[in-house]
Design a protein around this ligand. Structure first.
Ligand SMILES: C[S@@+](CC[C@H](N)C(=O)[O-])C[C@H]1O[C@@H](n2cnc3c(N)ncnc32)[C@H](O)[C@@H]1O
Length: 202
């Protein structure tokens, strides 16, 4: 039985493949170092704005060098952190910024996510599947429920077919707001991310 919660992201990808009859993902547009795939067959097209592995095409997920309706499935695992100094200054030293990249403001995250949803709808064929990994965050003392925002941003392009939850095993560093030495906790620390399975509509 396939469950909605797994502690291993490769298990989630395998479950999605089984439920959606995907033998091999057609594209991963934020490929990183491909840790995602474990013993799963690698996607056919691998793209990343900053390639870290061989065979990865340098491109933005919001402007893919492929024709319309090329893919039946696409994986998108974008950065989810904000207040990442590297995103503002280009040479920050936060470990997470180096590994995963990130944004300075939440609206930069929103712009990237929205533009990629539109591009994914363009390159996916009818009823194509987009696997969208995301995490809710606290930005500027405010809760940003990103997975619900994605639901709003994908209206008219995709419908939600499934939703998986990945609890994190280790704690993530808290991105510090500049000039803040705050010690009091006002929000629950977020320990899980989502794999949204989106099906192209229309
Ligand atoms: C969370 S990591 C992906 C990790 C990946 N799933 C793995 O298994 O290694 C996010 C990736 O998105 C890439 N990225 C950030 N902005 C991008 C953009 N506009 N277009 C394409 N890739 C982007 C980063 O370079 C980084 O490799």
């Amino acid at each position: 039985m396939i469950r909605s919660v797994y502690y291993d992201q490769t298990e989630i990808l395998k479950s999605i493949m089984e439920l959606c009859n995907i033998e091999r993902f057609c594209a991963d547009v934020t490929y990183g170092n491909g840790k995602f795939y474990g013993d799963i067959e690698q996607p056919i097209f691998k793209g990343d704005i900053s390639p870290q592995a061989e065979g990865v095409t340098e491109c933005s997920s919001s402007l893919l060098p492929v024709a319309d309706s090329q893919f039946k499935s696409l994986v998108f695992d974008p950065p989810f952190l904000t207040y990442v100094r590297a995103a503002r200054e280009g040479n920050g030293n936060m470990i997470m910024a180096k590994r995963f990249g990130g944004y300075w403001r939440y609206d930069e995250l929103e712009d990237h996510y929205r533009a990629t949803l539109i591009e994914a709808a363009r390159v996916l064929s009818k009823k194509g599947i987009m696997v969208f990994k995301c995490q809710d965050i606290i930005h500027n003392h405010k809760m940003h429920c990103t997975h619900m925002n994605v639901m709003e941003w994908c209206k008219g392009l995709f419908r939600l077919k499934d939703l998986f939850i990945l609890p994190v095993k280790s704690r993530m560093p808290i991105p510090q707001q500049e000039g803040t030495k705050k010690k009091v906790q006002n929000h629950a620390r977020i320990f899980h991310s989502y794999f949204m399975v989106l099906e192209k509509v229309g």
